[in-house]
Design a protein around this ligand. Structure first.
Ligand code: TXA
Ligand code: MG
Length: 344
């Protein structure tokens, strides 16, 4: 298949969005920019188009898709009810990196939610994403636009790498501002639980709801064998470069000493910018600044992909802080590392 590359970084961005919208409406697949990561979009109401998302990504059939909307009014037809807590959160954080789980209406085909009775909905803030959804005139199902198991794409180049020749179009909307996927929140039984941490922190959600917010156990722990996850995505290996990744938690001095003692061919450090002067040049990639989780989120997936290109075999990664977006960064890195972390 010939994949169209549509440039939405310049003055013609609306024309690009219009073309992408038409392709989606006609049942095609489009890789599109959002503020979190690039999504692989299809008409969420079209079972055949949605089935192609699973096929192209190699996505497990039981992993539900997030449905994207451009305006709050579109929510009503897609869900059975809008709990007051959800409305409060939507008003506070939409458009933005928060996915809220609702009981789904019959308009959404079972294939979109992998057979689940609930559906995750999000209104992205990226102007190109919103214009594409508006032009499509339908809700857009979109998982991250990577091949299943690989780091999510945060640039059009990443999408080209994974999807060229497999989808109708790739829309370039520049680099993603957040860099990790949205926060996924369950409100089942009136109890807010973060199933996947992302750009909106549990603290921010708690402030709006005026109460505590739980973080699902599987966010920071491997699932005990045989236990069903609250969110199917939790049970799959994720964000994995080819290299073996090992997290190392400690201060700058400790991390640098630890790494210095483990030099070898194709052994790399994934560190903060400030760590660099103390690390051997040519064996270090950085993913943001120490103590700045937003910069770490922006840099992480690109760094993981580059480590593959560089042929890294073993990667010692300096563990991030856990405040704010840091929990989301840590969750992705733990999964990339298969939950292996050395605490100094
Ligand atoms: O930021 C994002 O959320 C990006 C952009 C494209 O919007 N999308 C994204 O989709 O990350 P995906 O499919 O890569 O990850 C969605 C995660 C999966 O772990 C999935 O299991 C979970 O959300 N999920 C989706 N619907 C769910 C539902 N109804 N109940 C529980 N978990 C759900
Ligand atoms: Mg994904």
């Amino acid at each position: 298949m010939q994949t169209k590359l549509l440039d939405a970084t310049g003055p013609d961005w609306q024309a690009a969005a219009q073309q992408a919208g038409q392709i989606l409406r006609a049942g095609g697949l489009v890789a599109l920019p959002t503020e979190t990561v690039y999504g692989l979009g299809a008409n969420a109401l079209d079972e055949e188009a949605v089935a192609r998302i699973f096929a192209v990504k190699g996505r497990p059939q039981d992993n539900p898709l997030i449905v994207h909307i451009a305006r709050l009014e579109e929510l009503k037809g897609l869900v059975q009810e809008i709990p007051p807590q959800a409305l409060k959160l939507a008003r506070a954080f939409w458009p933005g990196p928060l996915t809220i789980i609702f009981p789904k209406s019959s308009r959404i085909p079972a294939r979109t939610t992998a057979g689940r009775a609930d559906v995750g909905i999000r209104m992205p803030s990226h102007p190109v994403a919103r214009e594409i959804i508006r032009q499509a005139g339908v809700p857009v199902a979109a998982p991250s636009a990577n091949l299943s198991g690989k780091p999510s794409p945060t640039s059009a180049a990443h999408c080209v790498h994974d999807l060229m020749g497999r989808v109708e179009a790739i829309v370039d909307g520049g680099d993603c501002a957040v860099g990790i996927e949205s926060t996924v929140l369950s409100l089942a039984g009136g109890r807010p639980v973060v199933l996947r941490p992302g750009g909106i922190s549990p603290g921010q959600i708690g402030q709006v709801l005026g109460g505590p917010v739980e973080v699902a156990y599987a966010v920071t722990h491997p699932l005990p064998p045989g236990q069903a996850p609250a969110s199917p995505g939790m049970k799959y290996r994720h964000y994995s470069p080819e290299a073996k990744v090992i997290l190392v938690r400690g201060g700058r001095e400790g991390f640098c000493r630890f790494f210095a003692a483990r030099q070898g061919p194709d052994v790399w450090a994934l560190a903060f910018e400030e760590d660099c002067p103390q690390l051997p040049a040519g064996r270090v990639l950085t993913y943001g600044r120490a103590g700045d989780p937003a910069s770490q989120a922006r840099g992480l997936f690109d760094a993981l992909r580059r480590l593959d290109e560089l042929g890294a075999r073993v990667v010692y990664a300096h563990s991030p802080d856990l405040s704010g977006e840091g929990l989301g960064v840590y969750n992705r890195m733990l999964r990339a590392a298969g939950f292996e972390e050395v605490v100094l």
